[in-house]
Design a protein. Structure first.
Length: 389
């Protein structure tokens, strides 16, 4: 009897320590979010915490697409992690889908042979015990946290994973809070854009127009040919400046959510974000110029395709740890630059992707240049003139 009591006491103490670790992890998540961390940073922290507490060999976060309701492997760490990253997986026949349907923690002793898992079963080769818990709130499904151990290792102890649904619920609320904060920031941004647009239209344009009229009326009193020519050029420059400001005002006021989502800026950001799963890191992104107003839809489609192909090449061939993306519209020309710190272009490597990019550049009347530095890394520059509008 005393031996049984000792075992019970040990289990109770282990369960208490486990609950304390999960509570601490949840508090860290909330603190990280309130301190201004991005959604990606919060997800990375959650994944590391869950993997550490459960001693899992694989940790995955599958997010649910709000548009298609398909699963997107946003983050994955550990054994066979690369197989679990990437978009476009259906719910049916997946461990994450089973957890979402049941709306509770799902455990299986041998995930590679579980009959419920029929979609890309080979991803689980070499893995044994697995658990999945939905990240859901009253407003819908956010995603699923999946943890697995290598084949041959013992299953997850019940007392260790009992607090996991509570932790997942707290994480889901944190993600929802992040989304609401982002929505509030977008509303604030739209209000600022409206204010700036009004000021530019009501103040700057009117003053520039008045200056131009004054110069034009003064020009006929100037007898010196060079001085008259300079005044004429100044008037032309003012007209160009007014057109630029009016284009800027149009861009600032084009804040319909669907228009913003379809704009080149938003599409470029989405393309860079979607590449995180295959790159294994988040690329830096810098954009300059009137991307949403000066770049026609057809060229925007081409630019997005070029960026997607360039990032895919980096993921497949560069073995890079960082990538910088720059998209600039300046002087009626668009330039997209993708720079990585990888191994450079190897001799005899596959060049099909570069040929595609070069063909797109030539079709747009532009050019593609690819350079490799002596210290390693590659810079791809795709440039094309903007069509006359």
């Amino acid at each position: 009897m005393p031996v049984a009591q000792d075992v019970d006491n040990a289990l109770m103490q282990a369960g208490a320590r486990g609950r304390e670790r999960w509570l601490t992890a949840g508090a860290e998540l909330t603190s990280s979010l309130l301190s201004g961390a991005s959604e990606t940073q919060v997800l990375e922290l959650m994944l590391h915490q869950a993997q550490d507490i459960t001693s899992a060999d694989l940790a995955v976060i599958d997010l649910v697409s709000t548009r298609t309701q398909e699963l997107h492997g946003a983050l994955a760490l550990g054994q066979s992690a690369a197989l679990h990253r990437g978009p476009g997986r259906p719910r049916a026949g997946t461990l994450s889908g089973v957890a979402l349907t049941a709306q509770q923690l799902i455990a299986c002793s041998d995930v590679a042979r579980d009959p419920r898992i029929t979609c890309r079963r080979e991803r689980w080769n070499g893995l044994g015990a697995a658990i999945a818990v939905p990240l859901s709130t009253s407003h819908g499904d956010r995603g699923v946290l999946v943890l697995a151990r290598s084949a041959g290792r013992p299953p997850f102890p019940p007392e260790e994973i009992a607090p996991l649904p509570g932790f997942a619920g707290q994480a889901a609320l944190a993600l929802e809070l992040a989304e609401r904060r982002r929505a509030a920031e977008e509303v604030s941004l739209i209000e600022d854009r409206d204010r700036i647009a009004r000021d530019l239209h009501d103040l700057a344009i009117q003053r520039l127009f008045a200056i131009g009229m004054t110069l034009q009326s003064t020009q006929r009193f100037v007898d010196h040919p060079q001085a008259s020519e300079r005044i004429g050029r100044a008037v032309d420059d003012l007209d160009t400046t007014i057109r630029i400001i009016r284009s800027t005002v149009f861009g600032l006021r084009a804040h319909d959510p669907r228009a913003l989502a379809d704009g080149l800026r938003a599409r470029t950001s989405r393309t860079a974000e979607e590449a995180v799963a295959t790159l294994g890191f988040t690329p830096s992104l810098l954009m300059e110029g009137l991307l949403d107003t000066d770049v026609p839809r057809a060229m925007a489609d081409t630019v997005v395709a070029v960026l997607s192909e360039a990032l895919s090449n980096v993921a497949r061939h560069a073995h890079a740890s960082s990538t910088d993306i720059t998209l600039v519209v300046r002087k009626e020309r668009l330039t997209l630059t993708v720079t990585d710190d990888g191994v450079g272009i190897t001799t005899g490597g596959h060049r099909g992707g570069l040929r595609n990019l070069n063909e797109r550049a030539q079709k747009a009347g532009g050019a593609l240049t690819v350079t490799t530095s002596s210290e390693g890394g590659t810079q791809l520059s795709w440039t094309a003139p903007l069509p006359a509008q």
